[in-house]
Write a protein that binds this ligand. Structure first.
Ligand code: CA2
Length: 153
């Protein structure tokens, strides 16, 4: 579906707004979903919004985006960012334009958070803007889709 964007959220993001507000803010995942839907609507896009605590299920979501011929993916791989070859391979496998997003500035945090396995497959990476980063990611992806362009590595 040419105007469909998958927004995929990794482990523990279901806790947003309920734990560690000093790090992740007070907005809940439902707030993030609303922000994504509102942003997409303005751009004439539709959102499939998903979250899972299981790595394999995240892989399934990515493959589903591929088989439904979605226009692109916005993904916050959360705790799987630094480890998941399976998520990296799934993104490479479906070949859809993908934006990696993190709520926090992972480069200003612990060293172990700073090296993403996923970035290699991402067209763009956004971090440190809080949940607004999801809106930035959708807008950025829409721009890439419109122009057919992104700065290729
Ligand atoms: O900044 C981000 O978006 C992260 O992807 C969030 C992950 C973390 O492992 C990454 O290094 C950076 C953690 C998501 C857990 O979210 C929680 C939210 C509220 C309370 C507890 C965890």
């Amino acid at each position: 579906m040419a105007n469909l964007i998958y927004v995929i959220n990794g482990p523990n993001l279901n806790l947003l707004g309920r734990r560690e507000p000093e790090t992740y803010g007070r907005a809940t995942l439902a707030d993030v979903e609303k922000l994504c839907r509102d942003t997409a609507k303005k751009l004439g896009l539709k959102i499939e919004f998903r979250q899972s605590n299981k790595e394999g299920e995240l892989v399934d979501f990515i493959q589903e985006a591929g088989s439904r011929k979605a226009a692109g993916i916005v993904i916050n791989p959360a705790g799987y960012t630094t480890t998941s070859v399976a998520i990296l391979d799934a993104i490479l496998g479906v070949g859809l334009p993908t934006i990696e997003i993190h709520i926090t500035n992972i480069h200003a945090r612990e060293r172990f958070r700073q090296r993403s396995r996923i970035s290699k497959a991402a067209r763009g990476v956004i971090c440190g803007f809080g949940i607004e980063g999801y809106a930035l990611a959708i807008n950025g992806l829409a721009g890439m889709l419109r122009t057919g362009k992104s700065v290729k590595k």
